[in-house]
Write a new protein. Structure first.
Lengths: 293, 663
């Protein structure tokens, strides 16, 4: 019986992950593309498209971290108020947009054809939508890497399934700390929730989160899920984590007393498949660290 | 609304006080008992965790609600007494928004937060805003109406600056959303331990200052003859009140309008003398906040609150202000502004022509001149035609919005006879925001047309409510302004509830509040032009009204003007203009305040000239703001409305300094 160990995981999960970029760099479609949406940006970068412009790159590098944004990509400014003149100067051949920024379609279609892909939409699975969007974008840009990314991730999640099944069987609660007394939770309708479902872990949060998957809740709610693993997904405000861990209530929580708290790296909470993959990796790595002490 | 207003008169005062006080007390006890009994149980967590929840979460939260409420109630009572203004409170004076802005700055530039404590930051911010507000209304002898208007404008500027910072910080905004709406959740007793001594110190200080406070109810000269160092006492009390409210804001966020509610209810409970109000106001404040917090916990499912407690109490603000309307009287009679003392220009046509040339120059420069990724360029030829589709719509939208706002401001100042009147104050731009909020919750991702329609509807509803409320007083000028502030407060509370959701809808609302012209396309531009043409043309037919109305009700009536219909028509025009410009550049720009003033300063005095000048100046100011918004931190953009309000804000201060010298 294979053990749930770091070595096991490394061979299982990261092999595909490490191999992928090498494949991706090999082919680049001729089309210069741009996008306002971070989920589409990470998808485009991950499948090796020639991205010439995108929004809020400084924040993206801090929050989403991977895939790496090449230096030559032009920063369009805030997602809420992208600079269309700069987008024009970047001379994209094709612009990808999402339902969040649909208002910009008429203006951007003057620059280049606009194609829209929704990843977060009420009542629909963001994972399935992300798969569909990735395949559609891959087809449009004639990048076979897209299909490969979809298949690799599905295979990776399948591989992780039996490993997690040998865990303690406790549900998992992925949260993002807002301040010392509030967090937002990623329910089953979020990308992280989908990943949990696909690797066979239970989401401790059974209540509804709005389709944005980010309803802020009071910290005492943690008490209603005493069995759960608490997974912190950064970014957090600087002082929030410190003052939370000092509070009496926090230290009385079963999860905290039994050391069922994981802190992982920063992930784009409104991400697509690369975020899903990053989350799965963090989960696997985190749990194997715990198992091995 | 009239039924609620009837609670106030002293006719029923004999039976009322006990009933109100007892009712409040019983409601609090009942709420708490229900809260403890119905508290959500921890599945499989055992008794130990349940006990921790009770002792480290539920009880400290109840205590912090009581202490915060008491502190805010006391602060409200102190402010109302020291300013002799029955509607002074941390919300109406901008203390809360100032504290919020300072804390947002602290979060954005983290070294600030490590050097200064949260309390100190909040105190500095609160003090700065309240000083600004009082400075703005000093010339009018801190007249309650003017104080309320300046308070509203200053807190809107502070709030929109906070929003701009939040937007620029992206994902970190979550904590600010929660915090801005005021929530009381606690994880241990540390919050209570830090707030309780402050409250006690505040109460002791308040009672030490009680004697001077009593003297303050006399007018200044008799107070001085009693040997009280009047200004020192006033200043000390003011500082105390700001410190109390800022401490609460730093601890739990903005608890809207509690300082207004507490003393009012205390008076309903029979407190008449200063001493009694000082005792009763903290008690009622504590009770009201406690009750609101119990309700939001009880009504929300499981551990989740129905809404942030602060947003919940903010809903009280609007109705309360409306109830208090009949009791409010400005000190200085609201008459034509003293600005009109300026001598009229000999050649108004030349001045108008100069303004028009200036407008065209700004328009041309904004179209052609600007930064590109490789340096600054005067766009000509192909580059110009390439950039035109992106620059023209937003410049046109900004220009038309500015023109509409300029005229709307002019109408308001003329109709009310108050130089501080502006479209922001009418409550219509935030009413439009409330309409937008509803559309966002009904449609998810509404189109521009749906957004515009819902905003126009929101503006009209806000406006009609305001008219209904003030109709009894014959649409008197100061009632109109105060009702506007009340409606604005109510609409902001609705928007605040939606903002606290922290999802994509809040993001759209935030973008609207910050007032960006970036989204303007062909639709917005054509709509702006069409509404400008349709709404300003009929105005030139009303110039007789506009010249007579500022002279006051009796005079207007004596020259045969039918006051009600003329005011109604002008106000509907102003409301529509405000709604449309609010759609284009957000709820705040202060252009409606600045443009008519500048027109008058230049010496253009007849309504016809002033309308034309307000159009030209309003359009110029917003076009300039739009251009600046694109170039200041290129390629990032600052919302144009915010930038315009930052131009308008200092202008207000300057105007004030000028007046002080002349007096």
């Amino acid at each position: 019986m294979p053990q749930f160990t770091r070595r096991n995981l490394l061979s299982c999960t990261t092999a595909a992950f490490l191999a992928a970029p090498a494949v991706l760099r090999a082919e680049t479609s001729g089309k210069r593309v741009a996008t306002l949406d971070w989920a589409l940006l990470e998808t485009l970068l991950a499948i090796g498209a020639d991205v010439v412009a995108a929004t809020e790159l400084r924040q993206f590098r801090q929050i989403a971290v991977t895939p790496e944004v090449p230096e030559h990509v032009t920063d369009l400014g805030l997602r809420g108020s992208p600079n269309f003149e700069v987008l024009r100067f970047a001379r994209p051949d094709l612009i990808f947009n999402s339902n969040f920024y649909a208002w910009a379609d008429p203006l951007m279609s003057r620059i280049a054809p606009v194609e829209s892909h929704a990843i977060y939409s009420p009542g629909e699975s963001p994972y399935s939508l992300a798969e569909r969007a990735t395949l559609a974008i891959g087809e449009r840009l004639q990048l076979s890497t897209a299909r490969k990314m979809v298949e690799d991730l599905a295979a990776k999640l399948d591989r992780l399934r039996p490993l997690f099944a040998r865990g303690d069987g406790r549900p998992v609660l992925p949260i993002n700390l807002g301040d010392a007394r509030h967090f937002r939770v990623f329910g089953s309708d979020s990308m992280f929730g989908e990943v949990l479902k696909r690797v066979g872990l239970d989401n401790a949060w059974t209540g509804a989160t709005s389709y944005s998957a980010a309803a802020p809740v009071g910290i005492e709610t943690l008490a209603s899920m005493p069995d759960a693993w608490i997974i912190f997904i950064p970014p957090h405000p600087e002082d929030a984590f410190r003052s939370l861990t000092l509070s009496t209530f926090w230290n009385a929580l079963p999860a905290v007393r039994e050391k069922r708290v994981l802190r992982i790296g920063s992930i784009n909470p409104y991400g697509a498949l690369p975020s899903a993959s990053r989350f799965a990796d963090f989960l696997a790595e985190g749990f194997s660290d715990v198992r091995n002490g | 609304m009239s039924a609620m207003a009837d609670l106030a008169p002293p006719v029923r005062a004999q039976a009322m006080p006990l009933v109100v006080a007892a009712g409040l007390g019983i409601a609090c006890i009942a709420g708490f008992v229900l809260l403890v009994l119905l508290r959500p149980l921890v599945p499989g967590g055992g008794a130990a965790l349940d006990e921790i929840l009770l002792w480290q979460s539920l009880l400290p939260r109840a205590a912090i609600a009581l202490f915060s409420g008491a502190a805010l109630g006391l602060a409200g009572a102190l402010l109302q007494r020291v300013l002799r203004n029955p509607i002074a409170d941390a919300s109406t004076l901008g203390i809360a928004s100032g504290a919020e802005l300072a804390l947002t700055l602290g979060l954005s530039f983290s070294p600030l937060l490590t050097v200064l404590s949260r309390e100190l930051l909040a105190f500095t911010g609160g003090l700065a805003t309240v000083a600004t507000v009082l400075a703005l209304s000093w010339r009018r002898g801190l007249d309650p109406v003017t104080v309320a208007i300046s308070g509203m404008i200053v807190s809107m500027i502070a709030a929109s600056l906070s929003v701009a910072l939040v937007l620029a910080r992206g994902e970190y905004a979550l904590s600010i959303h929660i915090w801005g709406a005021g929530v009381l959740n606690q994880g241990d007793w540390s919050g209570v331990a830090s707030l309780a001594p402050r409250l006690v110190a505040g109460i002791i200080a308040a009672f030490l200052l009680l004697r001077p406070l009593n003297v303050l109810t006399l007018d200044d000269s008799s107070a001085r003859s009693l040997g009280v160092t009047l200004h020192a006492a006033r200043f000390a009390i003011l500082i105390l009140a700001v410190w109390l409210s800022a401490s609460v804001t730093a601890m739990v966020g903005i608890i809207g309008f509690l300082g207004l509610a507490a003393p009012t209810i205390a008076r309903l409970c029979g407190a008449r003398t200063t001493g009694r109000i000082m005792i009763a106001a903290p008690l009622t404040g504590a009770a009201v906040l406690f009750l609101a917090d119990c309700l939001t916990q009880l009504l929300g499912p499981g551990f989740t609150d129905l809404a942030p407690t602060g947003a919940f109490t903010a809903l009280l603000g609007g109705p309360l202000l409306l109830i208090m309307l009949p009791r409010l009287h400005g000190f200085s009679a609201v008459t034509a502004s003293s600005d009109t003392m300026l001598r009229p220009l000999r050649k108004p046509a030349a001045a108008l022509a100069t303004l028009a040339i200036l407008l065209i120059a700004i328009f041309a420069a904004a179209l052609a001149f600007g930064p590109t990724p490789d340096g600054w360029h005067f766009a000509t030829g192909p580059l110009f035609s390439e950039l035109l589709p992106f620059r023209l719509p937003r410049i046109v939208a900004a220009g038309c919005a500015g023109a509409l706002l300029g005229v709307a401001g002019l109408i308001m100042q003329r109709v009310t006879g108050n130089p501080m009147a502006s479209p922001e104050v009418l409550g219509v731009s935030t009413g439009a925001g409330a309409g937008l909020t509803v559309a966002l919750f009904v449609f998810g991702f509404p189109s521009s047309v749906v957004m515009l329609t819902s905003m126009a509807l929101g503006a009209l509803v806000a406006f009609l409510v305001m008219l209904t409320v003030t109709a009894r007083s014959g649409l008197s000028a100061e009632r109109l302004l105060l009702a506007g502030i009340a409606i604005g407060a109510l609409s902001m509370a609705i928007i605040g509830m939606a903002l606290a959701q922290g999802d994509m809808r809040s993001y759209i609302l935030l973008t609207w509040i910050s007032g960006s012209t970036n989204r303007a396309g062909a639709f917005e531009a054509w709509m702006a032009i069409a509404s400008f043409a349709l709404l300003t043309a009929p105005l030139f037919l009303t110039t007789r009204w506009l010249s007579i109305l500022p002279l006051g009700t009796s005079l207007s009536r004596s020259v045969g003007l039918r006051i009600m219909p003329s005011r109604l028509l002008l106000a509907v025009l102003a409301a529509l203009m405000t709604a449309i410009s609010s759609f284009l550049v957000g709820p705040l720009s202060l252009v409606g305040l600045v443009a008519p003033h500048l027109a008058r300063l230049i010496g253009l005095q007849t309504p016809r000239q002033q309308i034309a000048a307000s159009i030209l100046i309003g359009a110029s100011v917003l076009m300039l703001a739009d251009w600046l918004s694109r170039v200041v931190i290129f390629p990032y953009q600052i919302p144009a409305g915010l930038l315009a309000s930052l131009i308008g804000g200092p202008y207000l201060l300057w105007l004030l300094g000028r007046k002080a010298k002349r007096m």
